[in-house]
Write a protein that binds this ligand. Structure first.
Ligand code: FAD
Length: 332
């Protein structure tokens, strides 16, 4: 494999609700830094139906060029169809680095593409850097249950691929009017070539807000005392239209599922407002929420470490304070 044939940093631009998914914009921000360091182009890859216009958004967030596969066959995400388009693009244009958001679509596509290319994939990355001279991607992620950060290298193959967790990279400020090059691509793919069919899309009916997208998160810890006590967190979250978060100890106690866990071995979140209720503020929790806009802590121990990391702190019993907050917000 001749590494000189492989150039450029690419981002898979995931379409979401008619726009580019926030994680893809974050990756354009991270990708811009890598591309500048390597003095190379930052490219996006858009796959879908009627999505060509989204390239303009990608340019405004840092892309120099966007490869577009715009065809009705890509109306819905299907592994096989998207994988065929991505493989064709990679084989033709040979990127040095290819990044995907660690969403269900990004993870599925990246692993499918990785099985067909003679290269590896670093999953769930939280830090990215590149060696300026060699182009070696330094993709780091928590390993061994979060006890160490492992930097994973792909020394022998190209492209170097990674999925990156949402909310850990920063999108660049939008630069209205910034332009780039759209490269329209297509492959001879017929409906009969794709073995899966989307029969129906059923939208989730739950009113619960997703933790990785929420503006407000109400998180509870072991200080709530029991699953019944933790119900207060659900009620306050529902009152505020917020998502429910939790410490690892709560998840391990089985009070709530793992996808609500905030922290080093859970989700990284950056909501506008983060309530930490009955949470001690262990470092492993803090790393997952410390970049939130406003952190409000409630803890009965005035010496709890969380008070070192919050903007507002209430010292007191959550069993008394949270019902008062719920009542106050409900009547507001
Ligand atoms: P506790 O530490 O038990 O704290 C409970 C808090 O509630 C105390 O501060 C107490 O004063 C307060 N309290 C008690 N009663 C009340 C009351 N009535 N009203 C108000 N306050 C009250 N943790 C995470 O959260 N996320 C992670 O991703 C994570 N990853 C980890 C990875 C590794 C490798 C390791 C070793 C640990 C990890 N942990 C993680 C665990 C972390 O170290 C802590 O053990 C955990 O965050 C503590 O959870 P907690 O604050 O809910 O519980």
């Amino acid at each position: 494999m001749n590494f000189d044939d492989y150039r450029g940093v690419w981002v898979f631009l995931e379409e979401k609700d008619g726009g580019i998914a926030p994680v893809s914009l974050e990756l354009l921000g991270a990708g811009r830094q890598l591309a500048d360091k390597r003095k190379t182009l930052l490219s996006g890859v858009l796959i879908g139906e009627g999505i060509t216009d989204l390239a303009e958004t990608a340019f405004e967030y840092g892309a120099d060029q966007v490869f577009v596969y715009d065809d009705p066959i890509y109306r819905h995400y299907r592994t096989e169809a998207f994988m065929r388009a991505m493989l064709a693009c990679v084989e033709k244009h040979k990127p040095e680095i290819l990044l995907y958001g660690a969403t269900s679509t990004g993870k599925d596509l990246a692993s499918a593409v990785a099985t067909d290319l003679p290269t590896g994939l670093t999953a769930d990355t939280t830090q990215l850097d590149v060696e300026q001279d060699t182009g070696l991607l330094l993709a780091s992620r928590p390993a061994f249950g979060g006890n160490i950060m492992a930097t994973i290298l792909c020394k022998k193959y190209r492209p170097q691929m990674a999925t990156v967790r949402p909310k850990v990279m920063k999108a660049l400020p939008r630069e209205p009017g910034r332009t780039g090059t759209i490269i329209a691509e297509s492959i001879p793919l017929k409906e009969t070539d794709v073995r899966t069919k989307v029969l129906e899309i059923v939208r989730a009916t739950t009113r619960r807000v997703r933790i990785d997208e929420a503006d407000i998160i109400v998180s509870g810890g072991k200080g709530l005392g029991s699953p019944q006590g933790f119900q207060l967190i659900h009620t306050l979250a529902e009152t505020l239209g917020a998502a429910v978060g939790a410490s690892r100890d709560v998840v391990e106690a089985g009070w709530i599922g793992h996808h609500h866990q905030v922290g080093q071995t859970g989700v990284t979140v950056t909501p506008k407002i983060y309530f930490a209720i009955g949470i001690s503020g262990a470092i492993q929790h803090l790393v997952g929420m410390q970049n939130s806009g406003l952190i409000i802590a409630i803890n009965k121990d005035p010496k709890a470490p969380i008070f070192q990391s919050c903007h507002y702190g209430i010292v007191g019993d959550a069993m008394e304070i949270v019902p008062m907050l719920i009542e106050g917000f409900q009547s507001a």
